[in-house]
Write a protein that binds this ligand. Structure first.
Ligand SMILES: Cc1cc2nc3c(=O)[nH]c(=O)nc-3n(C[C@H](O)[C@H](O)[C@H](O)COP(=O)(O)OP(=O)(O)OC[C@H]3O[C@@H](n4cnc5c(N)ncnc54)[C@H](O)[C@@H]3O)c2cc1C
Length: 383
C-alpha cells in the first residue's frame, strides 16, 4: 500500500516554483501552485545563459560551486523535461564567448582569465582572428576572446511553458491567486491565505516568489529573506541568425550580452538598476544596450526590434540564493537567485524536493540555507 504524501503549497510560478512543483508531484506530494500573474516574473524576460564560467566574477566565488553543480545537472534536466513535455527547449551547450573591445576591456577579460585559472575552469583564449573564425559576425574591434567550455543556454520561456504543460498530468493544482499570507501556528507553517479569502491548509509552504518575497504577510520578521528587486531591461530582436553561441562582451567598460535562439531571435541584455519595482523601459536603457550590441556585432543594427521588456532579479545582500527551510518549521524558501536563477534551477529544485522528502538538507548545501548562521566564507562545506 502506498501512503499519500502531504500537501505542499508553492507560492509563485516562475521557473523555480514550477520546477519544484513538478519534482514534488513526481515524488507523490499533493501540490498546489499559486500565482496571480506568472508573466510578470523574471523568468519570462531572462536571457537564459547557463553560464557559471562566463558569469563568474571576483568577489562572488562563493556562488561558483553551486553554479557549477547546477550546470552539471542541466543537460540531464533539459533532456528529462523535453521528453516529458514533448517541448523543444532550445538548449545549447557550445560554450559562451567572452569578448573585449578596447584595451581596458581587454584587461577586464584578462583579469577574468586569472579567475578561471585559479578555479580550474575550462576555457580557451582566442586572439583577434581566432575570435572571428569562431563568430564571423563579430566586429573587427573585438580583439580578444575567451571561449568558456561547459557554459550553455536555454530559452526560459520554453522551459516555463514545458514545466507548466507537465503539471496537469501530475495532478498539480494551479491557482491564479495571490498568496496574501503564510499561516503559522506554534512555530509551524500551516498553509496560506489567498487574495480571495480562501485558506489552503498544507504540511509545508515553499515560497518561490522571487523579488516579491518580502511582500507576503505572516512571515516572522527574523525569518523573512532580505530579497530586493534589481531591475533589468532587455531587448529581443529578430532577423537573420548572426551568432552560433552567446557572446558576453565588454564594450568601453560596459557589459553586454547577445544570446541567439534557433528561431532567429537575438536577446540583448541587460541593464542592472536599483530602482525598486519600476516597470518602465527607458530611452537610456534601450540606447545603451543597442549601442554596445552594435559595437560587438554591427549587423545588429539591421535587425527588427521586436520587444523591450523589464524584469526584476531577486537580489540578496551577499549575491547568494536562499534555499532551504526557515526558522519556521515547514516554511521553505527558494529565492534570491538574482542574475542566475535559470542556471540554478536544477540544483535548487532537487535541494528543496530532497529536503522535503527526507526532512534534511544535504550538508554541502547548508551554507545557502536561510538559517545558516553566518552567510560568509567558507561556502560548500567539504564532504
Ligand atoms: C533581464 C534579466 C535577465 C536575466 N538573464 C538570466 C540569464 O541569462 N541566466 C540566468 O540564469 N538568470 C537570468 N536572470 C535571472 C533569472 O531570471 C531569475 O533569477 C529567475 O527567473 C528567478 O526565478 P523565480 O522563479 O525565483 O522568480 P520569478 O520568475 O520572478 O517568479 C516569481 C513569481 O512569483 C509570483 N509571485 C510573487 N508574489 C506572489 C504572491 N504573493 N503569491 C503568489 N505568487 C507570487 C510572481 O507573479 C512571479 O510569477 C535574468 C533576470 C533578468 C531580470
Amino acid at each position: 500500500m502506498t501512503v499519500a504524501k502531504p500537501r505542499v503549497v508553492v507560492v509563485g510560478a516562475g521557473i523555480i516554483g514550477l520546477g519544484i512543483a513538478r519534482d514534488l508531484a513526481h515524488r507523490g506530494f499533493g501540490v498546489v501552485v499559486a500565482d496571480p500573474d506568472p508573466s510578470r516574473g523574471a523568468t519570462r524576460v531572462a536571457a537564459g545563459m547557463l553560464a557559471p564560467v562566463a558569469e563568474a566574477r571576483w568577489g562572488d566565488e562563493r556562488l561558483l560551486p553551486l553554479a557549477l553543480e547546477s550546470a552539471r545537472r542541466w543537460p540531464g534536466f533539459a533532456e528529462e523535461l523535453a521528453n516529458e513535455s514533448g517541448a523543444d527547449l532550445d538548449f545549447h551547450s557550445d560554450g559562451i564567448l567572452l569578448a573585449a573591445v578596447d584595451a581596458d576591456d581587454r584587461s577586464v577579460v584578462e583579469d577574468l582569465q586569472v579567475l578561471h585559472e585559479r578555479n580550474h575552469l575550462r576555457t580557451t583564449v582566442l586572439d583577434r582572428s581566432e575570435v572571428r573564425d569562431l563568430e564571423p559576425a563579430l566586429s573587427p574591434s573585438v580583439h580578444l576572446g575567451i571561449l568558456t567550455h561547459g557554459d550553455m543556454a536555454v530559452d526560459p520561456r520554453r522551459v516555463g511553458a514545458a514545466m507548466r504543460a507537465c503539471l496537469p498530468r501530475l495532478g498539480v493544482e494551479v491557482a491564479a491567486s495571490r498568496v496574501e499570507a503564510v499561516e503559522t501556528d506554534a512555530g509551524r507553517a500551516r498553509g496560506v491565505v489567498l487574495d480571495d479569502g480562501r485558506s489552503l491548509a498544507s504540511a509545508a509552504v515553499v515560497v518561490t516568489a522571487g523579488a516579491w518575497t518580502p511582500g507576503i504577510a505572516g512571515i516572522p520578521e527574523d525569518a523573512l529573506p532580505p530579497v530586493r528587486p534589481v531591475k533589468g531591461q532587455i531587448l529581443r530582436l529578430r532577423g537573420e541568425p548572426l551568432l552560433d553561441r552567446p557572446v558576453h562582451a565588454f564594450v568601453h567598460g560596459n557589459p553586454v550580452y547577445l544570446v541567439p535562439r534557433s528561431d532567429g531571435e537575438l536577446v540583448v541584455g541587460a541593464t542592472q538598476e536599483e530602482m525598486g519595482f519600476d516597470t518602465r523601459p527607458t530611452g537610456r536603457g534601450v540606447y545603451e544596450l543597442l549601442r554596445d550590441a552594435i559595437a560587438v556585432v554591427p549587423e545588429v543594427a539591421e535587425l527588427e526590434l521586436a520587444e523591450v521588456s523589464v524584469g526584476f532579479r531577486p537580489g540578496t545582500p551577499d549575491n547568494l540564493p536562499i534555499i532551504g527551510e526557515s526558522r519556521v518549521s515547514g516554511l521553505w524558501f527558494a529565492t534570491g537567485h538574482h542574475r542566475n536563477g535559470i542556471l540554478l534551477t536544477p540544483v535548487t529544485v532537487s535541494v528543496v524536493a530532497d529536503g522535503l522528502t527526507t526532512g534534511t538538507m544535504p550538508r554541502e548545501f547548508l551554507p545557502y540555507s536561510p538559517t545558516w548562521p553566518v552567510r560568509r566564507a567558507p561556502m560548500m562545506v567539504p564532504t
